[in-house]
Write a protein that binds this ligand. Structure first.
Ligand code: AMP
Length: 145
C-alpha cells in the first residue's frame, strides 16, 4: 500500500498557515478544522515548516501566554520530514513511530500534495493486515486455491 492510496480516500487537502499568522489565530484555525497540526507555507505550495498543538503547549509552558501574540514562525519546526505519494505506508508508519511525530506532509515535484496523520496510516495498515490475514487463512483452510 502506498501513501497515494490513503490520499485517494481522504483527499489531498491540507490546512496551511502563513508564517506571520499569530499563534492565537493558529489556535483558532486548528480548532475550526478539528486538526492537531498545520503546514506552514506562505503560498500553500512550498513547505516552510510544520506546527502542531505540541509546539504550542511546549512554548506556552516555557514562555507563558505572551506566545499567543507571537508569529507561527517563532514556534514551528523548520526541518520538516516529508514523503512522496509513492512512499510505502508501512515505512511511513515506522518513520512516524521512530521520530515521534504524528503528521507527515506529502510532497510531489516540490509541491505540497497532501498530509497523512498517524491515524490515517494506522487505519490503512490495519486494513492491509486484515486482507493479508484473510488470504492466508483461506489458503490454509483450502478455501482458496
Ligand atoms: P506531532 O506529533 O505531529 O503533533 O508533532 C510533534 C513534534 O514534531 C512537533 O514539534 C512538530 O512540529 C514536529 N513535527 C510534526 N510533524 C513533523 C514532520 N513531518 N517533520 C518534522 N517535524 C514534525
Amino acid at each position: 500500500m502506498r501513501i497515494s492510496d490513503i490520499l485517494r480516500d481522504k483527499g489531498d487537502g491540507v490546512v496551511t498557515v502563513t508564517p506571520d499568522l499569530t499563534v492565537q489565530d493558529l489556535l483558532a484555525t486548528l480548532a475550526e478544522h478539528r486538526i492537531g497540526a498545520a503546514v506552514v507555507s506562505a503560498d500553500g505550495v512550498n513547505v516552510e515548516g510544520i506546527v502542531s498543538e505540541r509546539d504550542i503547549v511546549r512554548k506556552l509552558a516555557e514562555r507563558g501566554a505572551a506566545v499567543l501574540g507571537e508569529p507561527v514562525s517563532a514556534i514551528h519546526t523548520a526541518q520538516v520530514r516529508t514523503v512522496a505519494p509513492d512512499a510505502d505506508v508501512a515505512e511511513v508508519e515506522q518513520l512516524m513511530t521512530e521520530r515521534r511525530f504524528r503528521h507527515v506532509p506529502v510532497v510531489a515535484d516540490g509541491r505540497l500534495a497532501g498530509i497523512v496523520s498517524i491515524g490515517d496510516v494506522v487505519k490503512k495498515r490495519i486494513t492491509e493486515l486484515e486482507v493479508q490475514t484473510s488470504a492466508l487463512s483461506d489458503y490454509i483452510t483450502g478455501e482458496r486455491v
